[in-house]
Structures are given as structure tokens and as C-alpha cells.
Design a protein around this ligand. Structure first.
Ligand code: MN
Length: 371
């Protein structure tokens, strides 16, 4: 069966007494969405029950992800068939089991479904949860740039022919290119395995995706889709790629944004207010930016916010102590003419531009657990 036909045939909730769900993480970024779409197909070939890809976001928020929308439109992916949080909420937990892709810790919103998890494919640090899941059912490889790389490796073993399908190959290529910042090891942590998958699929991609084999051109093309946020509200920009957690009663939420703090603060008078509203249910809100500056060099920044000045100071103190010890992030106070100092917001530039949320979030979780 072709992969498009598989997606067309994904059943609506309630049609079958039991299904297997393949769900990406709550940021619902390109990697999570495409890992769910591709891995669901891979599993469907040997599954006794129907397999359903799930995007962990409200359906209307798909519109905020222009990189993913480009791929869905370009290849006519029937995303109306994919389940989102609405469909997930409409079925009883005992009518499905769950495969996690691109995460190995459940988001707070779906924590009650933990007992349904039967398999994990992920490239984040293994947090040691779901300990009964072992062996081939626990494919967690930290250091690989993209979860799609792990999914592609499995496709290569189990249904090699789809790795010549232009839709499948284009999805794999564009995701790995984005997750490795165009194979630039000064900007992202990735591995040889990502490079191998790019080399395997690129020849099968149509020319408007391949860009003549120029990985940087494809990277720039997708980055432009991601950074084209001008028609979005500040709230939408914060919600577009967001993850949250809770440790020891301290909750935090972390947005990844692909434009600079300077430009957000200069062009959006409401930006700080939007951060306060977005993070109001959390003890700590972080906005991580990653962007090319006017000099074309790559930068990362972090804005930390808390309603509680005292908590914010304690938190910053701890993260700077950790950073001083490990040199992992290289946080330095960031002074911007666009921003007047405010006790509830602290801004830093991150001189180690390799460390993304994949590295920063576990550090934040570790600090929260000791506060
Ligand atoms: Mn990922």
C-alpha cells in the first residue's frame, strides 16, 4: 500500500474497538509530526490493529506551523485524517495503546495515558521512565539530530521500497535538514546517522525539495517558512513550538522561537505582556530564540520570566552556577536598547550556540527538582 493511501485510510475515532496510536511530542514540530506520520505507516504493515498517527496539538494550531504546512500541501498529505487532541480526548483510554515518537516523557496534559505506552522511538535524553519497555521497543538514541532519522532507519529495515518514494524521502530530508541546521555542527548536536539518512534519500526527492543537492539552500528555504511570523500574534508565536514540564511542584514552559528578542521587543509592544499571559499557569516561562543576526552569524538567546521575582532570581542563580561549572551554555546577561530592565524578566545570550532546547530543558528540569 502506498503511504498516501495509508494516511487516507486512517480511521476516525470510534470506528474500531481498538487502535494503536503513534504520537509526537507537545511541541508538534516538523520532527514530531513527520515521525508520527512515517512511523505509523511502518508499524501498520505488521500491526493486527489499525494504526493512527496523532499530532499532540489542537487542530487549529496546525496553521501556525508553516514549515509543516508547506510539506503537507506540497505532497497532498490528508492531515484531516490525522488525529489531534480533540480526537484523542474523544476516545476511551482502554480503546488504544500508544507509541511515543520524539519524546520519552509524557506531556502534563496527557500524563493520565502513561499506562497505555507500549513503544518509544526518540532522540532526547532517556529519562528512564517506562522501564518495562526494553529492547527493540525502546529505541532511544540521544545525540541523533532528528527522530525522523531513527524512523527512517527502521523503514530501511522493514519496508525498504518506501525509501524511494518522493513523499517519504522529501519528508525525511526536510526534517533532518532542519534539525541539523543544514548539517552545521556549530549550531546543533547531531550524528553521522543523520547524515547517512540524508545521503540515502536526497536522490529520490523532487528538484524543488532537493535544491540540486545544496543542503544549505533547502535549510534556508524552510527556515524562512519558520521565521515568517509577522502575521501571527505574539501569543501564537509563543505557542507555536512549546514544551512544558513540572518537577518537585515547580512548573515551567519553554517556547522555541526563530526570531530575535530584539525584533520581538521592537516590533511588538505587547510582547512582555504576551509572555506573562502565556506563562501565567507556570512558575517559570522561558523563551529560547535561535536566529541569524544581521551579520549572518547564528545566535541563541533566552528570556526567563516568573511572576515571582524571588523564584526568578533563585532560578537564575542556580542555572548560572551550573553553567559556570559545566560551561554547557555560556549564558551572558543581554542588554538590549529595546528592553527596559524589569524584575520579572531576565535576558541572556547563549554563547554556546550548539545547545538547543534538547539540552537546556533537562537542565531547567534538574534545577526545578532541587529548588
Ligand atoms: Mn525531535
Amino acid at each position: 500500500m502506498s503511504i498516501l493511501r495509508f494516511w487516507e485510510g486512517v480511521p476516525a475515532p470510534g470506528i474500531h474497538p481498538f487502535v494503536r496510536l503513534v504520537m509526537g511530542n507537545e511541541s508538534a514540530d516538523l520532527d514530531s509530526m513527520l515521525s508520527a506520520l512515517l512511523h505509523a505507516f511502518c508499524l501498520s504493515r505488521s500491526s493486527p490493529v489499525p494504526v493512527v498517527p496523532v499530532f499532540l496539538l489542537p487542530r487549529h494550531e496546525i496553521q501556525l506551523r508553516k514549515d509543516a504546512l508547506f510539506i503537507f500541501d506540497r505532497f497532498r498529505v490528508p492531515i484531516d485524517k490525522v488525529w489531534c487532541v480533540e480526537e484523542l480526548a474523544s476516545v476511551s483510554p482502554d480503546s488504544f495503546d500508544l507509541v511515543l515518537v520524539d519524546h520519552n516523557r509524557m506531556a502534563e496534559s496527557v500524563k493520565h495515558l502513561e499506562s497505555r505506552v507500549v513503544e518509544i522511538v526518540d532522540h532526547h535524553v532517556d529519562e528512564g521512565l517506562f522501564s518495562p519497555i526494553t529492547g527493540t521497543k525502546r529505541n532511544i538514541c540521544y545525540g541523533v539530530g532528528s527522530c525522523v532519522t531513527l524512523v527512517a532507519e527502521q523503514l530501511a529495515e522493514e519496508c525498504k521500497h518506501v525509501l524511494e518514494d518522493p513523499v517519504v524521502c522529501s519528508m525525511i530530508l526536510s526534517t533532518i535538514v532542519i534539525d541539523t541546521n543544514g548539517l552545521d555542527s556549530s549550531k546543533k548536536v547531531f550524528s553521522e546517522r543523520d547524515v547517512n539518512q540524508i545521503r540515502r534519500v536526497e536522490a529520490f526527492c523532487p528538484e524543488d525539495i532537493r535544491f540540486g543537492g545544496d543542503i544549505q539552500k533547502l535549510y534556508q528555504f524552510i527556515v524562512e517558512l519558520r521565521t515568517d511570523v509577522f502575521q501571527f500574534s505574539s501569543e501564537e508565536i509563543l505557542k507555536r513550538d512549546c514544551k512544558s514540564g513540572r518537577e518537585n511542584g515547580v512548573s515551567f514552559t519553554i517556547a522555541a522561537v526563530s526570531v530575535s528578542l530584539q525584533s520581538l521587543l521592537a516590533h511588538r509592544a505587547d510582547f512582555c505582556k504576551a509572555v506573562e499571559d502565556w506563562a501565567q499557569d507556570f512558575d517559570l516561562g522561558c523563551v529560547m530564540t535561535a536566529f541569524n543576526g544581521e551579520d549572518e552569524s547564528f545566535h541563541r538567546q533566552i528570556l526567563l520570566h516568573s511572576r515571582s521575582d524571588a523564584l526568578l532570581l533563585r532560578f537564575v542563580d542556580e542555572i548560572r552556577k551550573l553553567d559556570f561549572k559545566t560551561k554547557e551554555f555560556g549564558f551572558e546577561p543581554l542588554l538590549l536598547p529595546e528592553f527596559s530592565p524589569h524584575p520579572k524578566f531576565l535576558l541572556f545570550s547563549q554563547t554556546n550556540t550548539k545547545a538547543s532546547r534538547k539540552q537546556v530543558m533537562p537542565a531547567i528540569a534538574a534545577i526545578a527538582s532541587n529548588l
